[in-house]
Design a protein. Structure first.
Length: 220
């Protein structure tokens, strides 16, 4: 089904019995956050924000490979060091062209399907990742892009986007607007008729996306 983000088809959750080969989860992370600099290495108890997030993503049973996509800037060296110490793959790329960074990280990992997770979702629920990813994988070939964001219903901080490597590569070739390059996926969900879109709504039937936030954006 083709259409705008707002007209994305409802993708039924699934994921039973699926293999994780070719599924790469990319966590974008950098130290230079404009709203809360260095947030990914802030402490949450005995671990950093990034370590907490990576542990939760790794618990998603349908994810195969996990990679952190950071920048080549010297200030992001501590992120790369954390990945080495934690035995997590790390790709370092362009600071502002996140579309390029995701494409190259996915390619380096041999991705067929990509799961995009933002670094400010430190307490993301692994079950939500599997729910969205399962909806995409169970209908392989029907959707190019599935998320729980168009429209959002889950509490903020459970942001999951899944798309094929082919769709990512297509966007990388065609996208020209700075917005599309800086935010990775807008070209996929905001180009009318170009990609087949699906959305997973919160199974409770409620919408807490605007009232409940479990996301690290600002110092509070």
């Amino acid at each position: 089904m083709r259409g705008r983000a707002g007209a994305a088809a409802q993708a039924r959750p699934g994921g039973g019995g699926l293999v994780s080969g070719g599924v790469v989860a990319i966590v974008q992370a950098r130290m230079g956050s404009s709203r809360l600099p260095g947030k990914v290495l802030l402490r949450l108890g005995e671990v950093t924000v990034l370590e907490c997030l990576l542990e939760r993503v790794a618990r998603a049973r349908l994810v195969g490979t996990l990679v952190v996509a950071t920048t080549t800037a010297r200030e992001d060296d501590p992120i790369a060091t954390l990945c080495v110490l934690g035995d997590v793959r790390c790709y370092r790329g362009h600071a502002t062209d996140l579309l390029d960074r995701h494409l190259r990280a996915a390619r380096a990992c041999g991705a067929e399907h990509v799961v995009k997770i933002p670094s400010d979702c430190a307490l993301i629920d692994p079950a939500v990742i599997d729910r969205v990813l399962g909806a995409y994988l169970d209908r392989a070939g029907r959707y190019d892009y599935v998320s729980n964001l168009h429209p959002p219903t889950y509490p903020d901080g459970n942001d999951v986007e899944v798309f094929s490597f082919a769709a990512l590569e297509s966007a990388w070739r065609l996208a020209r607007r700075p917005l599309d390059r800086e935010h990775t996926t807008p070209f996929l969900w905001d180009t009318p008729g170009a990609y087949r879109l699906g959305n997973v709504a919160w199974e409770t039937g409620r919408d807490l996306s605007m009232t409940h936030r479990v996301v690290l954006d600002y110092a509070e």
